[in-house]
Ligand binder design. Structure first.
Ligand code: AMP
Length: 214
């Protein structure tokens, strides 16, 4: 199964991607997570990406494309993969078609998760993440433990992402509407797009996604 999870920032691509990864035992490839790892490890890619990310802009296509190409060649992608946060521009989507077809790993379905903007803003501004393992919390629905220790990795590094602060959320929406939203039509024209309502209960949404892909 080779899937793209598509949608505006904060619609729940990461959470749904993790559930699908567990269910189908295939990797979830989050370009945002890969970039954050690179920043943490102070790699050349991390250095290049940092300013763009902190201000809510997209990192250049060339950088992200080469990261994804390398990742898709990995042995663990041979039975499938879930892309979360990639592609985000038409040139990225065109690049993905080219490289994934070359590897015989072409995309089979694009799941667009649909949520109203007001709800997304509420979710994003209350999101907290563990810097160490990427576990996601939400101050409204799933707060981190009071002692600040991550339930998954035991580290004490739960923070609010710089790009989840209100000014940057607005910027990310602008970028999404301008650069990423056109991909819906791109994939719809290819007959790959399916839509799912992402506003309700996490497990219900998961079930709905499964019924769309099986
Ligand atoms: P995310 O965790 O998916 O919200 O990504 C966080 C940030 O990483 C984005 O706001 C971008 O700055 C950068 N990023 C992640 N994926 C991409 C991509 N496919 N193209 C360009 N920038 C990306």
């Amino acid at each position: 199964m080779r899937l793209i999870l598509f949608g505006a920032p904060g619609v729940g691509k990461g959470v749904q991607g993790n559930l699908l990864k567990e269910k189908y035992n295939i990797p979830k490839i989050s370009t945002g997570d890969i970039l954050r790892d690179n920043i943490k490890n102070d790699t050349p890619e991390g250095k290049e990406a940092k300013e763009y990310m902190n201000s809510g802009k997209l990192v250049p296509d060339s950088l992200i494309n080469s990261i994804v190409e390398k990742r898709l060649r990995n042995e663990d992608c041979k039975n499938g993969f879930i892309l979360d946060g990639y592609p985000r521009t038409v040139p990225q989507a065109e690049f993905l078609i080219e490289v994934s077809n070359k590897m015989d790993r072409g995309i089979e379905k694009v799941i667009s998760i649909e949520v109203e903007k007001d709800l997304i803003v509420k979710r994003l501004s209350s999101r907290r993440v563990c810097l160490s393992c990427g576990e996601v919390y939400n101050m409204l629905t799933d707060p981190p433990p009071e002692n600040g220790v991550c339930r998954t990795c035991g580290e004490k590094k739960i923070i609010q992402r710089d790009d989840d602060k209100p000014e940057t959320i607005e910027k990310r929406f602008e970028v999404y509407n301008k650069d990423t939203h056109p991909l819906k039509e791109f994939y719809n024209n290819k007959g790959l797009l399916v839509e799912v309502d992402g506003s309700g209960d996490i497990n219900e949404i998961h079930k709905n996604i499964i019924s769309l892909i099986e």
